[in-house]
Each structure stands twice: as C-alpha cells, then as structure tokens.
Write a protein that binds this ligand. Structure first.
Ligand code: ADP
Ligand code: F6P
Length: 320
C-alpha cells in the first residue's frame, strides 16, 4: 500500500496521539507511504474530512491526551450505503487501507469496511479495558493512574473526618478500571458489575473495619455496577458511619498519557502499519503477556470477558 488513512472513533483515550504519531512516522519515514488523518471518526469518512499528515504534523503530540484527529459517534455508519459513500471518498484520495483506533463498536465499523473491500486494522483504544482479546487497551493505564490520584486525595479528607467515600468510576459494563485502581489505591471495598455485592456485605465490611480501629474508608464503585448517589443513600440508612460520594466522570478520559500508554500506542501503531504494508486487513492488534500480536476481527470480538476473579479475591482478602 502506498496511501493509508487513520481515524479515532468512539470515546477518546490517552495514548491515541502516541499511536497516531507512530503510524504517521513509521508509514512515512520507514515505508514511504502517504498518510491521511480522517477527522471526527467515521463521520469524517462520510463527509470527506481528510488531512494529509506528514512527519511534522505529529510533532509535540505524544504527551497530549485526547486525539488530534477528534473523535465522534456516528450511528449512520451502520448503514451499508453510507459506508459505500465513505469508501468512495477514501478511494478518491487514493487511500488503500485504514487504521481505526477505538473500542469494540469502532471495530464493528472497521469489520464492515473490510467486508466491503477496504482493508482495515483496529487498534484497541478505550479507558474501559473492555475488549477481552487483548490484556490491555490504550488509555486504561493512564485512567487507572487518574483514579489513583483521586483516591489518594479523597482519602486525605475521609481520614481527617473519619468518613467513608464511594468513588464512582467509568468502565461502561466492565469493572477493570475499578478493580485495578481499587487495588492500587488499597481501598476497603470494590464493587464490580462482574461480581454481585449486597448492601449488607458492604455494611458488614465497613463495620468490621471500624472494629479493628480503621475509621475511614474508600469504596470504589464501577459505573456498570450502580450509582454512587443511590448507594450513599442506602448505606447512610443502614449505618451510623458518615458516607459521601463522588462521581469522577470525564476527568478519567483526559490527561497526559502514562509511559505505559505511550509505549503501547507506539508499538500498536508500528504493528498496524506493518500489516497494511503487507496488504493485510481485517485484523485487530493487541497485547498478550507483553507481546504485540494481531488476530482476525470476528475471532477477536468473540473472545469472552477476561474478568480476573483471582485478582478480585486477592484485593478482597487483603483489604483492611
Ligand atoms: P467504541 O468504539 O468506543 O466502542 P461506540 O460503540 O460508540 O464506541 O462505536 C463507535 C462508532 O463505531 C459508532 O458511533 C459507529 O459509527 C461505529 N459502529 C458501531 N457499531 C457499528 C456497526 N455495527 N456497524 C458499523 N459501524 C458501527
Ligand atoms: O467508553 C468510554 C467511556 O468513557 C465509558 O467509560 C463511559 O461509560 C462512556 O464512555 C461515557 O461516554 P460519553 O463520553 O458519551 O459520556
């Protein structure tokens, strides 16, 4: 392939810019390719929002959160006729292959484009870590660190006032962000969509903690498992402990990417270009046991949830 495109789609994630930079630099400097950035995800493909990206276009972006290409959700893309128009626009620019950075929804769009004759490579980019074929998605590590920072700050004030705070974190239907940040933050209770936890179990745990002299605490609640405000009301009605709640929200999607996400974005980007260079499409890139690999999109999307129950039990058993 001599000309390729890149787009970012769905929820943005820190590290997307590192991947864009790596794709552009590797494709132009090592493969002699021309690269077009497509703005606003699939919407840009439909509306022909293409910008040529040269080596200098991606200077000074590796440290930036968000995506310089912008992102969007574009429901019309589910219509095959709309995708035909998108492919026509790409062909008019000479684009022979496309890298899609996004979540599993974006991968569905990429799959459909491949089926309609435009080779695509998917890079998993989402803070949710909810794509089971890969150990980690781009942005997850940074989001975990953002949550950790919040846990530490909230813990300061909870311990001064001997209170308990429920911190609601993102993750969509996946509990990984809550599990990993809860582990790193040494929290007292983690509530995940993958693991039922009753109000009674939480109250018992908080009381047990109090009886051992621990007067404050943090509960990390994954958004897929419930709502912080409601849980605050339920806990407050069942205990004398003063409970507060905080929804971290979109702060988790922003910020300068961690070293881990810069590394992952860079490696994913190079791997994606290498596939397109060989004329290979309809693949998604991932990392397993610290090794970058690729697999068929349909097979990748069929991989079942990777909930780490052993890790969950460790966190539960060693919490104070
Ligand atoms: P994410 O990629 O983060 O999972 P979404 O699920 O919102 O985010 O999907 C992003 C975009 O991918 C959608 O707005 C749509 O443009 C495209 N998309 C999702 N599902 C499909 C599908 N079945 N067919 C074609 N395009 C899809
Ligand atoms: O998929 C990423 C994510 O941030 C989820 O964790 C969250 O549920 C959702 O997107 C929020 O979407 P929006 O940006 O549309 O509010």
């Amino acid at each position: 392939m001599k000309t390729i495109g890149i787009l970012t789609s769905g929820g943005d994630a820190p590290g997307m810019n590192a991947a864009i930079r790596s794709i552009v630099r590797y494709a132009t400097q090592c493969c002699g390719m021309t690269v077009y950035g497509v703005q606003k995800g699939y919407r840009g493909l439909i509306e022909g929002m293409f910008v040529e990206l040269k080596s200098e276009s991606v200077s000074n972006i590796i440290q930036q959160g968000g995506t310089i290409l912008r992102s969007a959700r574009c429901p019309e893309f589910k219509d095959p006729k709309v995708r035909e128009g998108a492919i026509k626009n790409m062909r008019a620019k000479g684009i022979e292959g496309l890298v899609v950075i996004g979540g599993d929804g974006s991968f569905m769009g990429a799959l459909k484009l491949s089926e309609q004759g435009m080779p695509t490579i998917g890079i998993p980019g989402t803070i949710d870590n909810d794509i089971a074929y890969t150990d980690y998605t781009l942005g997850f590590d940074t989001a975990c660190n953002t949550v950790l920072d919040a846990i530490s700050k909230i813990r300061d004030t909870m311990s001064s006032h001997e209170r308990v705070c429920i911190i609601e974190v993102m993750g969509n239907k996946c509990g990984d962000l809550a599990l990993y940040s809860g582990l790193g933050g040494g929290v007292e209770v983690i509530i995940l969509p993958e693991q039922k936890t009753s109000v009674k179990q939480i109250v018992d745990k908080l009381n047990k903690s109090r009886n051992t002299g621990k007067l404050s605490g943090i509960i990390v609640l994954a958004e897929g498992a419930g709502c912080a405000e409601e849980l605050e009301k339920k806990l407050s009605s069942k205990t004398t402990i003063v409970v507060r709640s905080t929804v971290l929200g979109h702060i988790q999607r922003g910020g300068s990417p961690s070293m881990q996400d810069r590394l992952l974005g860079t490696k994913f980007g190079v791997h994606a270009v290498q596939l397109l260079q060989k004329g290979i499409g309809n693949r998604i890139v991932g990392i397993r046991k610290n090794k970058i690999f690729d697999m068929d999109v349909v097979e990748g999307l069929a991989v079942k949830s990777k909930f780490d129950k052993t890790l969950y039990n460790v966190v539960k058993n060693i919490s104070g």
